[in-house]
Design a protein around this ligand. Sequence first.
Ligand code: ADP
Ligand code: ADP
Length: 239
Amino acid sequence: MQLLQCNNLSKTYPNGTQALHDVNFTVEEGEFLVIIGLSGSGKSTLLRCINQLHPVSSGELYFEQQQLTAMAGKELRQQRSRIGMIFQQFNLIPRKTVLTNVLAGALAVTPVWKSLLGLYSEAQKKQALDYLKIVGLEHKAYVRADNLSGGQQQRVAIARALMQNPKILLADEPVASLDPSTSHSVMKYLQKINQELGVTVICNLHFLSLVRTYASRVIALKGGRIVYQGAPDDIDEQW
Ligand code: ADP
Ligand code: ADP
């Protein structure tokens, strides 16, 4: 089933920088799509447009056949809650426990006043511990987040995103600040949630080696335009 459709998506920032030019692609449920491109090619902008962190300048975005770019208010919040995101810099709350950080992912589905008071249900705590188990960090649940290594912190961020019960997970250069072996470990967990939980993944990367190992399909961006779309094996070294 088609999960996401981008039609003629363009994005110009208020300062005049055109970061995306007429981007067209679709994503099928279950894919592990990698977006590759040099720094500044528009990868981050594309993910931020998909989850509506940034408004698009023109074009349409459909998520589960519904037009995100025409939604507002509660309807948009509901749809967005099915789109999880992780970042290069993990963005955990450093002085809080790992479990609290994972529970924070339930924010999108919990009223703000409840989460401010720490009023998570037992079911949510159990869910958070289950997701920590999936990323191999159940034993770190009560450790402060800033005591974890970078790779472990990114795995916590994955568990936090899973609390939204996302259909799709957007990963913006999730391994760019990690060494090669830790990068593989984090990518393997992304692969695991893709294969075992059926979460569709769109992952920004700038290493071709990781692309060939993990992507089911790849899109290459250059100067905000798609210059390649297809199987990872056929990608030209010149992208
Ligand atoms: P990538 O993720 O591939 O490094 P980005 O999407 O971050 O690329 O950036 C694409 C282009 O848009 C770059 O020229 C960048 O400088 C510019 N850009 C990104 N964010 C902003 C912003 N908030 N305001 C203005 N220009 C931006
Ligand atoms: P990343 O590569 O992870 O996008 P950057 O350092 O490029 O990180 O950007 C960090 C932040 O600055 C982002 O919010 C991005 O949108 C913004 N940004 C990037 N380039 C520009 C720019 N040329 N003008 C204004 N903001 C920018």
